[in-house]
Write a protein that binds this ligand. Structure first.
Ligand code: ADP
Length: 574
């Protein structure tokens, strides 16, 4: 009998170690461990299993003839209770060897193979203080594993354990990196959607774009966005605009989930409650995902996604839907606030119109009687009474003017009057305005010059242009401390019709210039404060100019030297 010799030298084992550790692909590492190990310990078969939590996964088996079979079977660890050799190897973290494994205790599919086995060695794959797997070497001939094989088996187990663990870690790291990349890509998509959405002005278009992006992100075939009203949802947007305004009852499960801010997934079988006549809308879908639109902890709406294939939604994708939901919720809330503000503004303008109208009627009556009295219709008046009545008439006329101005502002703000545009010869509009201003101009001995200009024609509302020019001329005649000189002109300028009104009056203090177009804003200098006025003229004039797609600007003003206002209007097609 020959003395027992080690089955292989150290050099060979190191070569095996280098080989096994040379890959970071777990399957490749397993294949190398099995192949190199089988030859190194002169076995006929080697099988590698991983120990995962309380399970064993038989990964692969390799026969001496060279065939590698991937198994992938999973068993409970109890499976080893009937295999003391295996149990001992795992408990002691040391290789064990002996006769055959108990075939009757093995899983049926291995019994046949085990029947041929004469000797086995079980090598735990050790990482740290744990067995992360095991290698079972089998010999079919009557050649037992001995103490001489122990060093090689131990080394093989350690190297294999390390290599396998490294490969797994690497793979996990790679998967984590991929998940992170995916999350980053999703975040980018959401950010792009936000940008995209912010660049769209119309809410309808914005919501539709959002839906499209959200649908793409979770791979949905159909999408809708709805606001929540009690136990119902009212559809606000769909990609085609269909179904908008329809009411859908919410199932208790959905309502409970979204109210708590959780997305809810449903199969076609679970979904009930399409409104009568709309059953066909949901009929093609096999899966539904309903995500809450929440702002400040309150669920105000829903994003509903439908999928025509019966595949569950990917949890990571559902997570990413959150970004879109947040965006949708903000849009929905803003739209609601804007709508409320518009309603309030409309109500206020309507109230102003009615109130001013009611005020104006008695003023008209009063000034009519006052005028008649002053003209002697009720007999001769004592001079003192005449003076009083004259003052009363002036004040009533001022109040009427203010009422008219307030009415015009209310109409402008409520957008009651849409501009009735027509081609207007600018020079003609100027001449008409100057003619209307003549009585007042005569009172202050003003000189009004219309400068020679071209025959520019604006596309504008005649009455609105008249109101604006009257205001500008009126201001030029008012805000002065001497007999004013006023120059007006009309010409084509940068594709528009520009009407310029220049005076040599008191000018506007630089501090006042930014605010004179605001509602009720008046100049702060002494001369202005002595003149009657409401501070509404320029506010109204600019509003009317803008309603006609034009503009009104203070082009220049110097205190003590005068001001220049420019009204720009769109040109009529020549
Ligand atoms: P109001 O004339 O009733 O005060 P406006 O809106 O027409 O209201 O004008 C706002 C303010 O702008 C005036 O109070 C005045 O201080 C200043 N302003 C307007 N036009 C002129 C002008 N041509 N010259 C000097 N100041 C002006």
């Amino acid at each position: 009998m020959l003395a027992e010799e080690p089955s292989q030298d150290l050099g060979e084992l190191i070569q095996i170690a280098l080989d096994v550790a040379g890959s970071l692909d777990p399957r490749e590492v397993i294949a190398r461990i099995l192949e190199r190990g089988t030859h190194a310990v002169q076995a006929d078969r080697a099988t590698l299993s991983s120990l995962v939590d309380d399970h064993v996964v038989i990964e692969a088996t390799y026969g001496r003839a060279g065939e590698l079979t991937w198994v992938g079977q999973r068993y409970s660890l109890d499976y080893f209770a009937g295999q003391p050799l295996v149990q001992k190897a795992i408990d002691t973290l040391q290789p064990t060897f002996g006769g055959r494994l108990a075939a009757d205790k093995a899983a049926p599919e291995f019994r046949q193979a085990l029947a041929n086995v004469r000797h086995v060695a079980v090598v735990p794959l050790v990482h740290g203080t744990r067995a992360v797997g095991m290698l079972v070497f089998s010999r079919y001939e009557d050649r037992p594993f001995t103490a001489a094989d122990l060093a090689a088996l131990t080394l093989l187990g350690t190297i294999s354990g390390l290599a396998l663990r490294n490969a797994r870690l690497f793979e996990e790291g790679k998967a984590a990196r991929e998940r992170a990349d995916e999350a980053a890509a999703r975040l980018r998509a959401a950010a792009e959607a936000a940008e995209d959405v912010a660049s769209q002005v119309q809410l309808d278009a914005v919501l539709r774009r959002l839906l499209q992006r959200a649908g793409e992100s979770v791979d949905a075939d159909g999408t809708s966005l709805a606001r929540l009203e009690g136990a119902e949802m009212v559809i606000e947007s769909t990609p085609t605009g269909e179904l908008v305004g329809t009411r859908w009852p919410l199932m208790p499960k959905v309502l409970a989930g979204v109210s708590r801010g959780h997305p809810v997934e449903l199969t076609a079988g679970e979904y009930t409650g399409a409104p009568e006549g709309l059953e066909s809308v949901v009929q093609p879908y096999r899966r539904f995902l309903v995500a809450p639109l929440a702002v400040g902890g309150e669920t105000i709406g829903l994003l509903a996604m439908g999928r025509k294939t019966d595949e569950p939604f990917d949890p990571a994708a559902v997570q990413s839907l959150q970004q879109f939901s947040t965006l949708g919720a903000l849009l929905l809330r803003n739209a609601r606030l804007i709508a409320q503000a518009q309603v309030a503004e409309q109500a206020k303008s309507e109230f102003m119109s009615i109130a001013v109208h009611e005020l104006r009627a008695p003023l008209t009556v009063a000034s009519g009687y006052l005028g008649m009295a002053l003209e002697g219709a009720f007999g001769d008046l004592p001079p003192a009474l005449k003076d009083v009545l004259a003052t009363a008439l002036r004040k009533a006329e001022e109040a009427k003017l203010l009422a008219d101005e307030l009415l015009a502002v209310a109409r402008m703000e409520g957008k009651v009057l849409t501009p009735n545009t027509e081609p207007i010869l600018a020079m003609g509009a100027l001449q008409d305005a100057v003619a209307r201003a003549r009585p007042r101009a005569a009172l202050v001995k003003a000189t009004i010059t219309i400068e020679p200009g071209d025959d520019s024609t604006a596309l504008a509302d005649r009455a609105m242009v008249a109101t604006i020019l009257d205001n500008l001329l009126n201001n030029a005649l008012t805000y002065t401390d001497h007999a004013p000189t006023i120059r007006i002109s009309a010409r084509r300028d940068a594709g528009q019709v520009a009407i310029t009104v220049t005076d040599d009056g008191i000018g506007i203090a630089p501090a006042d210039q930014p605010r004179i177009f605001e509602r009720f804003a008046r100049g702060t200098d002494r001369i202005t404060r002595e003149k009657p006025g409401s501070g509404l003229g320029l506010y109204l004039s600019r509003g009317l100019a803008e309603q006609m797609s034009g503009s009104l600007k203070l082009e220049a003003s110097q205190p003590g030297e005068g001001s220049t206002f420019v009204l720009r209007l769109p040109p009529a097609a020549s």
